[in-house]
Design a protein around this ligand. Structure first.
Ligand code: NAD
Ligand code: SER
Length: 319
């Protein structure tokens, strides 16, 4: 059987840092090549790569000969609204580059990270189902709809085994998030530990689907290991876990930090959040590859606060 060799683009980002660690644990350091525009101290097997520089990208893939590419390079929703043309180049042209290079180099499987941002007005935002109208209001969401359709096109037309997930807001401790609308649910933990208070850029009652990084990484690996025949979705799977509002998250944090205070100063991100699902119906993922989340809101809060405290202790010991 062919040995698994994995290349990750955008590896220094929020999801990449955690995914690379899990892949290294499974396949060994030399079989996992992390790439990104910016280096990260976390990786010893790393190459700088701009996914828009096709010659360099070709050479890297031709040399390393990955069997799987996890394509995580991208620009997130809130940052994208400030520079739509750059987002389009990175999220759409960068993805087309990955698909073409994967095809030319006979890469066996490719992963695409879509988002709840593909939904919008007309999607029905409560327990949003897999196949609904997709009319996103952000350039980020539009780029993800295009990306999903390109994934399905390369699968149907060329037989490239592309698999995708519509991630909800991801909550993680490994690295800070990259400028998304759901990022309040990460920032809040840093501020809860630093100052005991947080000013939230969404109103208290804005409900969004969220997921802990451990669930997200495990689910991603499970999708990529599933039998191709059992997969009925080749755009990207709805992928659900928990769903909460900023007020509910603050209530959960208060179970551990009783004096924690939250205030609200909604900005442009509130308008984006209001067009996204409040919760997700992920029946096809649960049926096709047996997806099950493990972390509920209180589990996430407990683990986040514990992991960030450990990081702080390590940092102060180093200094
Ligand atoms: P992130 O912003 O933390 O990381 C993205 C990485 O891509 C960064 O390290 C950045 O340097 C890199 N990058 C940007 N332009 C690049 C280029 N031209 N060439 C190479 N690398 C480049 O994002 P993330 O949260 O880790 O998200 C990874 C993917 O998952 C993205 O496509 C994102 O849209 C998607 N996603 C994330 C979330 C979430 O909540 N984190 C939710 C839904 C979807
Ligand atoms: N967490 C991401 C964002 O807010 C959703 O794709 O941009």
């Amino acid at each position: 059987m062919e040995k698994t060799r994995v290349l990750i683009t955008g590896a220094s980002g929020q999801i990449g840092q955690a995914l690379v660690q899990a892949l290294v644990d499974e396949f060994g350091e030399r079989n996992v090549l992390a790439t990104d525009l910016k280096p990260s101290e976390a990786f010893s097997h790393f190459e700088e790569l701009d996914i828009l520089e096709t010659n360099h990208y070709q050479k890297l893939v031709g040399g390393f000969k990955p069997t799987i590419i996890y394509h995580l390079a991208g620009i997130l929703s809130a940052v994208g609204e400030k520079n739509p043309s750059v987002l389009w180049k990175v999220n759409v042209q960068g993805w087309i580059n990955t698909l073409n290079i994967a095809l030319e180099n006979k890469v066996s499987k490719v992963f695409f990270p879509s988002s709840i941002a593909v939904f919008g007005p007309g999607s029905s935002l409560d327990y949003t189902r897999q196949n609904v109208a997709l009319h996103p209001t952000t350039v980020y969401g539009i780029s993800k709809v295009a990306g999903e359709n390109l994934a399905q096109y390369f699968f149907r037309k060329f037989g490239l085994d592309v698999r995708g997930i519509r991630y909800p807001g991801i909550i993680s401790y490994q690295s800070p998030p990259g400028g998304g609308t759901t990022d309040y649910a990460v920032d809040i933990f840093y501020q809860a530990l630093d100052s005991g208070r947080y000013e939230c850029f969404l109103s208290g009652d804005v409900r969004l689907p969220m997921m802990y990084i451990d669930d997200a990484v495990r689910g991603t690996l499970e999708l990529m290991q599933a039998n191709a025949e059992s997969l009925s979705v080749r755009t990207s799977y709805n992928f659900g876990a928990v769903s909460f509002t900023p007020t509910e998250l603050a209530t959960s944090i208060r179970k551990i930090i009783p004096d924690f205070e939250i205030s609200y100063a909604p900005d442009f991100r509130e308008e984006i959040a209001n067009t996204w699902p409040r919760n997700i119906d992920d029946t096809p993922a649960r049926r096709d590859w047996n997806w099950q989340h493990q972390f509920e809101i209180d589990d996430i809060v407990r683990d986040m606060l514990m992991k960030l405290k450990e990081k702080n202790t390590l940092r102060s010991k180093k200094n």
